[in-house]
Design a protein around this ligand. Sequence first.
Ligand SMILES: *Cc1c(COP(=O)(O)O)cnc(C)c1O
Length: 429
Amino acid sequence: MMDLKFDQTHIWHPYTSLTKPLPVYPVSRAYENKIVLEDGRYLIDGMSSWWAAIHGYNHPELNQAIHSQTEKMSHVMFGGLTHQPAIDLCKKLVELTPAGLDKVFLADSGSISVEVAIKMAVQYWHSEGKPQKSKLLTVRNGYHGDTFAAMSVCDPVNGMHNLFNKVLQKHHFVESPAAGFKQSFTPEAMVEMESRLARYHNEIAAIIIEPIVQGAGGMRFYHPQYLTELKRLCERYDVLLIADEIATGFGRTGKLFACEWANISPDILCLGKALTGGYMTLAATLTTEKVANGICKGQAGVFMHGPTFMGNPLACAVANAAISLLFKNDWALQVKQIENWLNEWLQPLADYPQVDEVRVLGAIGVVELKNPVDMQKIQAHFVDCGVWIRPFGRLVYLMPPYISQRADIKRLAKAIKSWLECPNDKTEG
Ligand SMILES: *Cc1c(COP(=O)(O)O)cnc(C)c1O
């Protein structure tokens, strides 16, 4: 048996206390969309391990990609050396992402790809002789990662900016996009953004935003027209647009990249999470020739970043296999089916009195409650139901692996339904 006592007293888990740790469930293995606990129970996965494991666990083709690569080399430094897995991957990324994004920086995690994007924007304006353009502009309810620069553009409340007040750079925030994905869009939605740009564009390097879906900052889906207008404003006020597609990339919203809903190309694009099919940590920051040339003609002459494990061959090899699988499996059909099933099984939950709203987009289903959940109780309930769903705050949401079948989605939705029907559904707050 795993030493859970040691785990509880010595190991940090994400966003947890070491003095009042919540229970963690020991996992012995995982396959397809199933997570097997040490006691032999298996859970149907509703989370894709935070948007990443889109093809499910222990996939023979992804395993094979790693095995074959280990026999060549697991890693070599990327300074002064290169290799086939990185070249193949960057070719694919250039080809698949929106037009114009053809220079690739391989980073080691989503947060780092955001750091890199911010650095690119700042270095670009420095080279252009406008070093005063060094602030960022973003919307509330965003999430861009946990490192300092990324955190500085996360929602100031959810992101606990007061805690790191003295360390965080101060950036510009405007209200998050008001109109939902399917609501009607009105031009007033851009008024605050435009007036902020009009007044401060001389000090703003870039706007950073998650296209269409604001993920960990509230699971909100907004209107594609917002993004179209935003791109237009960036051009008018000479500000770069950074699209953070770390969560939305690789099909999750029903388009390969969420920018496609608005038919726009950002100046800088961040990818991560599903990039390796959830096998390893790897991220990428893509940019245009204009930005890349700008950076390289500047004072430094180079882009100032280079992590130790940059372009890790194992991660690149498994990313190549994961991207191939997307097309082999017909991701668009998989996501469309899941969207239909989520609509079928989640929409009826909107009638429960505890539920504020149900929304579905692509392979993302959100049941927003009126009050925050009791994490420990709801987690235990879901495990008892044989599913893995990890809510936060008032949000109970599903983003299952693309290989999920109708019966799996039904089972996940039923587990949420039974929680809503549970007489001792004690919500805090
Ligand atoms: C998860 C996430 C990040 C951070 O990625 P990590 O790999 O956790 O560092 C950044 N932006 C968005 C939109 C994310 O969903």
